[in-house]
Design a protein around this ligand. Structure first.
Ligand SMILES: [Zn+2]
Ligand SMILES: [Zn+2]
Ligand SMILES: [Zn+2]
Ligand SMILES: [Zn+2]
Length: 178
């Protein structure tokens, strides 16, 4: 504190001790002992890469366990591209029609009725006067925001595609009502 060198050795953001000659990593605008750079949940050493949320470090697995979405179809955590239907999230390969089992691609229209997903042909066949249940056809802003994480460029692109698909289906289903 007496003005003696502050610039010689930065302190480790993990253990707060000086780093000195020890191996260190620069991340999150701080320095860390290589050995102190760990997942805040399981304490594993993060060597290759890391995820960060609110200033906490996570390994990939813990990050997705905590902040990832569980697929509405298979209940597994989604670690790659996400398909969104209303508040529900799906693996792209799980984004299937509940009636015929056909996979619904990002650019295809779909309908979400009582938390079940239908391809457009099936929806049209079973359409009832409750089309108002379809107001869930949109991608909430949160879905797009959560795509901002590191290594998530692909997801952001996918979310855009989903949004476009959702808008397209809104228009189409509106037409069907008349
Ligand atoms: Zn340390
Ligand atoms: Zn972990
Ligand atoms: Zn799934
Ligand atoms: Zn179908």
């Amino acid at each position: 504190m007496e003005g003696s060198s502050t610039k010689g050795s930065p302190s480790c953001a993990g253990c707060l001790n000086n780093i000195g000659e020890d191996d260190s990593i620069s991340a999150l605008d701080q320095e860390w002992h290589t050995d102190c750079f760990r997942c805040s949940a399981c304490d594993c050493t993060l060597s290759k890469w890391y995820m960060e949320r609110d200033g906490l470090l996570f390994c990939e697995r813990d990050y997705w366990t905590r902040f990832g979405y569980a697929c509405h179809q298979c209940a597994e955590v989604i670690t790659g591209p996400v398909m969104a239907a209303g508040a529900l999230r799906y693996h792209p390969e799980c984004f299937q029609c509940a009636a015929c089992g056909a996979r619904v691609a990002a650019e295809q229209p779909y309908a979400l009725v009582e938390r079940r997903l239908y391809c457009e042909p099936c929806y049209v066949c079973t359409e009832r006067p409750r089309a108002r249940a379809l107001r869930v056809l949109r991608v909430p802003a949160a879905a797009l925001k959560d795509s901002e994480g590191r290594c998530a460029g692909k997801m952001a692109a996918m979310a855009g595609a989903v949004l476009r698909a959702a808008l397209a289906v809104c228009i189409q289903l509106t037409c069907h009502r008349y």
